[in-house]
Ligand binder design. Structure first.
Ligand code: TXA
Ligand code: MG
Length: 363
């Protein structure tokens, strides 16, 4: 089945033996399946099947330079086990790197930590976009683990949204983006974390570089390995795009709204996304655009960053379906998941700032 072909997309509860078997059968013949994880939903294919993996890029309309994470079953929790499986090349792992990897795997796997490891030749180069390292993740989601067992596969899976859009945290979100493009979505309800895994690259000297802020805060990782600040190294992180997570309607940060409010119709309906109760941000928006109908969503009333992360993408998706624009306040907290939340909002705003520039540039 090629990506262009229109097909019926079934959404079925993930937690039955029949559903898992059907998903496993599809994956084994190279089809794609929408799967739950503890972070966001993924779009899975057999990681060792280059044609199936190519179909992920086609369905998502994802550029081929943006590599995929390989999801593994929970018995592969060591460098040796991953090497035996044909995922990792142990010859390229130094002793210091090995020690850090052991520590990180023992502490955070299964869970929302993705590790970059030297790629074994059995991993098709399309998975890593030709890079020397492969991203590996052991999800803690019991239905995904059951699927990995039932299929005996390792699953390449990006987030199950169209490229550049808001990540899906429910099966309905996946259906919205991929209806007619894949045969099956396994529904396990809303994802626990609601924000993607933290991606860590362990260097030869054992130090860890955080490539993507995610569901495990840097300070938690720093208790186990030395964290080295990230240099700007596009070659190791081609997918760390500065524009991403874009809702379908314009998203502006509060300070951008100050200059752009006039470009919106006075009757525009605006969704205001506030990380935690913050009267100042709401006041600013009301003053600047008094006639708009405004709906305010507070990600966490109690300023709990896990709750805020859990609500972030579903709020963006709800607003994009019902509002003309979204105005977001960035959290100013620097600990926990707040920086990861700020990162998603900043990137969504970058997308729309860039779109405004392109419009101006073309006139
Ligand atoms: O929580 C998650 O990580 C979710 C769930 C489905 O597991 N997956 C996810 O995948 O967020 P995706 O493809 O949407 O984001 C993965 C990021 C991309 O920015 C990609 O460029 C980067 O990981 N990545 C993957 N492999 C890489 C590699 N070998 N080197 C550098 N970056 C890599
Ligand atoms: Mg993604």
């Amino acid at each position: 089945m090629t990506s262009a072909a229109k097909q019926k997309t079934d959404v079925v509860p993930a937690n039955t033996a029949a559903a898992l078997q059907r998903a496993a059968d599809l994956l084994r013949v190279g089809e794609l399946v929408g799967v739950p994880t503890e972070t966001v939903y993924g779009l899975a294919a057999d990681a060792f099947n280059p044609d199936a993996v190519a179909n992920i890029f086609a369905v998502k309309r994802r550029p081929s330079f943006d590599p995929l994470i390989v999801h593994v079953r929970n018995t592969l929790n060591s460098v040796t086990a991953l090497a035996d499986e044909g995922i990792v090349d142990p010859a390229l792992i130094t002793e210091s790197m090995h020690r850090s990897l052991d520590e990180l795997m023992a502490t955070f796997w299964p869970g929302p930590l993705t590790l970059l490891l030297p790629r074994a030749p059995k991993i098709p180069s399309i998975v890593t976009s030709g890079l020397a390292k492969v991203a590996v993740r052991m999800s803690s989601h019991s239905d995904l683990q059951a699927l990995l067992d039932a299929s005996c596969l390792n699953l390449a899976a990006p987030s199950a949204n169209l490229f550049g859009r808001v990540s899906p945290t429910t099966a309905t979100h996946v259906l919205k983006d991929l209806d007619g493009l894949i045969p099956l979505i396994l529904d396990a309800g809303p994802c626990e974390f609601g924000i993607e895994s933290t991606i860590v690259d362990v260097m030869d000297d054992g130090a860890a570089v955080i490539l993507r802020k995610g569901a495990i805060p840097p300070e938690t990782i720093a208790k186990h390995v030395h964290i080295q600040q990230r240099q700007h190294t596009p070659a190791t992180a081609p997918g760390m795009l500065e524009m991403h997570y874009a809702p379908r309607v314009p998203l502006l940060l509060v300070n951008e709204w100050v200059n752009q409010a006039n470009t919106f119709d006075a009757k525009a309906s605006i969704g205001v996304l506030i990380p935690y109760p913050d009267d100042k941000a709401i006041e600013v928006i009301r003053e600047l655009h008094p006639h708009s109908s405004i709906e305010v969503a507070i990600l966490s009333d109690s300023k709990n960053c896990s709750e805020a992360a859990h609500n972030l993408f579903s709020t963006l998706r709800a607003f994009e379906a019902s509002k003309d624009a979204i105005v977001a306040a960035l959290p100013d907290q620097t600990d926990g998941l707040w920086p990861a939340i700020a990162d998603r909002l900043q990137k969504a705003a970058n997308h729309w700032a860039n779109a405004r520039m392109n419009v101006r540039g073309s006139t």
